[in-house]
Design a protein around this ligand. Structure first.
Ligand code: PEP
Ligand code: MG
Length: 901
């Protein structure tokens, strides 16, 4: 018989930490903590196999499940010395989700399951605290009706008002009647009356009675958690995070402990190291007399857990260290134990019930990029993790974050702070204010930069948070939903900005005597927690002054075998790339050197020339510019190879002109306007991406290739004479046949000979080609007979393999992603199954003929970690990417070695 249910409690558990796939992260870690002797309320986990069975069998459970659940529940009853649904000593349980990979807040939870008309009086009797019991009961009704009776049942809220919002409205009404502000100002009688009103509203709105049978509640909760696995927000979270839909969630049923029974009770969330900076100090927040959701939901602003967590913003709030020193010491010992046991920063949840500490969760804590890198390097130095683990600990996206901009300090010094809050996600960002997640998404899709301003966020808002440049909330603490989610993405975020008075209906926010409207610009300094009016300038990040970053890059370089080059066209960008560790230029797009107004006229003159003679004259005007460009860029890369690609412009890009511009160009070039217009019309192509571009241009107009080769070699000679080490690699674009390559190669080699003869200076160079058309891959052996290197242009190779226009994919890609026809944008991350085969074939065929063929990649994929892993496996020599992705590529290349060992 299959085992579907795994028990934990009283120091013994069926599971352990490495059973995450079966028990989910939460279940596996509850088992592990239990085995470590840490006090965890007893419970049991329904494995992810139940979830798979549920979805494979039309939402039915395995037949043996019910019996196993009842036995496990009996076990928990024995361990807790309480009975589920009992009128003498009732056991209450929580029902929570838990997938193998943490999806914070994306799935459902029901607490206080087991409160019924039979158990309520007993509990009041036992606790002598009717307020606590009715508060727990109304929370159960609220969660259960929302999660089970509405969401899981697929009920669409009437007029957009969900049951939870309606019930919350009843609480607000009650507070108004009583003239109080806080939930804590309501007494037992209020909560009792509210429970009655809640049940009536549930019946009226949802048409069903709130269940009064504990087992109905339990199975209702279990089913809702499984259904929430395929809820809208869980699916969208998995899509954003690139997580598989297959793994399923487990369900954890656990004895309830209460942090809200009175002043000797408390609850909190903490991290074993600071998740914002990585500093090795215990960091967290707590609330006395509260339930865990109060901390995370940001309904009350929580207190710092210890003295170390105090800042000028929360100075006045009592820490747990001060309030309950013994329990704090115990918690501190446990967090230390967990940090060392798991050898990673942990995110823990605890509850203190009447002076007893219970651990409710431990999991690897989310952190931002700077913290991830610092924690990894610190743990390496502390001897907790190996070099390999250190490198695998940091996500390449974390490195990216470090390269993000900050608010310009000089501009910041000039302007008054509009409002401040808690610095939840560091870095700077500015954007136009929007008040709903849907607006954030819609505005962003129009290319606008937005800041999502909310009272607090909920998992319903993730799509808008993702689309926004930054998130600003009026409520909540450093562990609130907004803070956790934003930090996970490395997004700039400020929370708990109490002075914000948001009027969502009117789309305005009043703050410190000023009114801001939807669409107004603000700037956030997420590192300090300050908000400013207007759009302030940002300065680029300064990762080079980050010691941990530098060390991480050094470790990566020790391990990786792929070279990392960069795609640049200017000496300034080349310098930047060198600073980031580039080992050469993998792609210099020469057509990008002509967007300057002075040059573009010469370029246009060349394009529209009708005779070879006219073209030669125009081309020779470009020679001095090109020679100077190549001189500078080769000099900047002293000692490193520089791949210069011959002109590859889709011609239309240079001659898309309106009537006025045509008239002006006609004057500049002293030709007849009508003739010019006719010539431009002649050049018009229906499919410019598949038109007269790449080597087709150099073949039709060899004088262009001659000029470029001459410019490269003359610059090479000059630098050689100056003692600079130069390694030019001349690259021919967009070939589909070996004959095309040979045609261009002959011109280049002839010019090299001419230049050597003219100058008496010898130099070495390579001639190679872009491989970016399927036919070039299929015939790579023929091409490699004379080509000395290949560079995969996977932008065009993706375009031509799929037959998707690079420029037009935006029209249908969203639909493709939504319908899971494509797992991701193939222009961002290489389609390894399809396009990848062509790359593999190209490498294999090329090296068959020329074993030392140098092979790289210079499409956008050269900076994408998954694609870099592929390049490593395929035996490429290097990847080439934009300067700001060079550090990401260095780390990803090291990780590829470790992953594929
Ligand atoms: C490519 O096609 O991958 C490439 C690098 O060239 P471009 O993007 O300039 O067409
Ligand atoms: Mg290309």
């Amino acid at each position: 018989m299959s085992k579907y249910v795994f028990t934990f409690g009283n120091g013994k558990a069926d599971g352990k930490a490495d059973m995450k796939e079966l028990l989910g992260g939460k279940g596996a870690n509850l088992a592990e903590m239990t085995n470590l002797g840490i006090s965890v309320p007893a419970g049991f986990t329904l494995s992810t196999e139940v979830c798979s069975h549920f979805y494979d069998h039309d939402k039915n459970y395995p037949p043996e499940l019910e019996q196993q659940v009842l036995e496990a529940l009996k076990n928990v009853e024995d361990m807790m010395a309480k009975k589920f649904g009992d009128s003498k000593n009732p056991l209450l349980v929580s029902v929570r989700s838990g997938a193998a990979v943490s999806m914070p807040g994306m799935m459902e939870t029901v607490l206080n399951v087991g409160l019924t008309s039979k158990t309520i009086p007993t509990l009041i009797d036992k606790t002598q605290n009717p307020r606590f019991v009715y508060d727990a009961y109304r929370r159960l009704i609220m969660m259960y009706s929302d999660v089970v009776m509405e969401k899981a049942a697929g009920v669409e809220p009437k007029d957009g008002f969900g049951i939870r919002e309606r019930l919350e409205g009843l609480i607000e009404d009650r507070k108004k009647v009583k003239g109080v502000e806080l939930d804590t100002d309501l007494d037992g009688d209020d909560w009792k009356k509210l429970s009655v009103a809640f049940k009536k509203t549930v019946k009226d709105v949802l048409g069903e009675e709130f269940p009064d049978d504990p087992y109905d509640q339990l199975w209702g909760g279990i089913g809702a958690v499984f259904i929430s696995w395929n809820g809208k927000r869980a699916i969208s979270y998995r899509r954003i995070e690139g997580l598989s839909n297959e793994m399923g969630t487990a369900v954890n049923i656990q004895a309830m402990v209460f942090g809200n029974t009175g002043e000797t009770s408390a609850t909190g969330v903490a991290f074993t190291r600071n998740p914002a900076t990585g500093e090795n100090v215990f960091f967290g927040e707590w609330l006395s007399n509260a339930q865990g959701e109060d901390v995370v939901a940001g309904i009350r602003t929580p207190n710092p857990i210890n003295l170390a967590g105090k800042s000028d913003k929360n100075q006045h709030l009592l820490s747990l260290e001060e309030s309950m020193p013994e329990l704090y010491a115990q918690l501190d010992r446990i967090q230390n134990q967990l940090g060392i046991h798991y050898r990673d920063m942990q995110d823990i949840e605890f509850t203190i019930e009447d002076g007893k500490l219970w651990m409710l969760q431990t999991r690897v804590g989310k952190r931002n990029g700077a913290a991830a890198i610092k924690i990894a390097i610190d743990m390496y130095d502390e001897g907790l993790i190996s070099k390999e683990e250190t490198l695998m600990r940091v996500n390449p996206a974390h490195v990216d974050e470090l390269l993000h901009p900050m608010v310009d300090p000089s501009a910041e010094a000039e302007i008054e702070v509009l409002v401040s809050g808690l610095p939840a996600g560091p870095g700077g960002a500015s954007g136009q204010i929007v008040f709903t997640a849907d607006d954030a998404e819609a505005w962003a899709s129009e290319g606008k930069q937005v800041v999502l301003v909310r009272n607090e966020t909920s998992p319903e808002d993730v799509h808008g948070m993702h689309a926004a440049a930054a998130v600003l909330t009026a409520k909540g603490g450093m562990t609130s939903h907004a803070a956790l989610v934003a930090r996970g993405w490395g997004k700039c975020c400020i929370v708990g900005c109490g002075a914000l008075n948001i009027n969502r209906a009117e789309k305005i926010v009043d703050v410190n005597g000023q009114t801001l409207n939807e669409g107004d610009w603000i700037t956030l300094n997420g590192t300090k927690g300050n908000v400013y009016r207007d759009k302030l300038p940002l300065v680029p990040a300064d990762p080079l002054n980050n010691e941990s970053f530098r060390r991480l890059m050094e470790l990566a370089d020790e391990v990786r075998s792929l070279g990392v080059r960069t795609n640049v066209e200017t000496p300034e960008d080349a310098e930047q790339a060198l600073i980031f560790g580039a080992e050469g230029i993998g792609l210099c797009r020469t057509e990008h050197m002509f967007f300057d107004p002075k040059r573009i006229t010469a370029m246009r003159e060349m394009i529209i020339a009708e005779t070879e003679k006219a073209r030669r004259i125009a081309v020779m005007k470009l020679l001095p510019f090109q020679r100077k460009d190549f001189y500078k860029i080769l000099k900047a890369m002293d000692g490193f190879p520089v791949t210069i690609r011959l002109l590859d412009p889709p011609l239309h890009e240079f001659v898309t002109l309106n009537d006025d511009q045509i008239a002006n160009l006609a004057i500049e070039l002293s030709i007849d306007e009508h003739l010019l217009k006719a010539r431009i019309e002649n050049l018009h192509e229906l499919n410019p991406m598949l038109g007269h571009r790449g080597c087709r241009l150099g073949i039709a107009y060899p004088e262009i290739t001659e000029m470029q080769a001459r410019a490269i070699f003359e610059a090479t000679v000059k630098l050689t004479q100056e003692g600079v080490e130069v390694f030019p690699e001349v690259m021919i674009p967009l070939i589909s046949t070996a004959a095309e390559f040979r045609h261009q190669e002959a011109i280049i080699r002839q010019i090299a000979k001419d230049v050597t003869k003219e100058t008496g200076t010898k130099f070495s160079y390579l001639v190679g080609t872009m491989i970016e058309i399927p036919r070039a891959c299929l015939t790579a052996d023929e091409v490699a007979e004379t080509a000395e290197f290949f560079s995969f242009g996977t932008n065009d190779l993706t375009q031509t393999t799929f037959g998707f226009s690079r420029d037009d994919i935006g029209g249908f890609l969203p639909t493709y992603l939504e319908n899971q026809i494509l797992p991701h944008d193939p222009f961002q991350s290489l389609d390894q199954t399809g396009v990848g085969q062509l790359v593999e074939m190209g490498v294999k065929k090329g090296r068959l003929v020329r074993p030392d063929l140098k092979v790289g990649i210079c499409g956008e994929h050269g900076g994408d970690p998954d694609s870099i892993d592929f390049c490593h496996r395929t035996g490429l020599d290097y990847v080439s990417c934009s300067p700001f992705r060079v550090p990401i590529a260095r780390l990803a290349a090291a990780q590829a070695v470790l992953r594929n060992k």
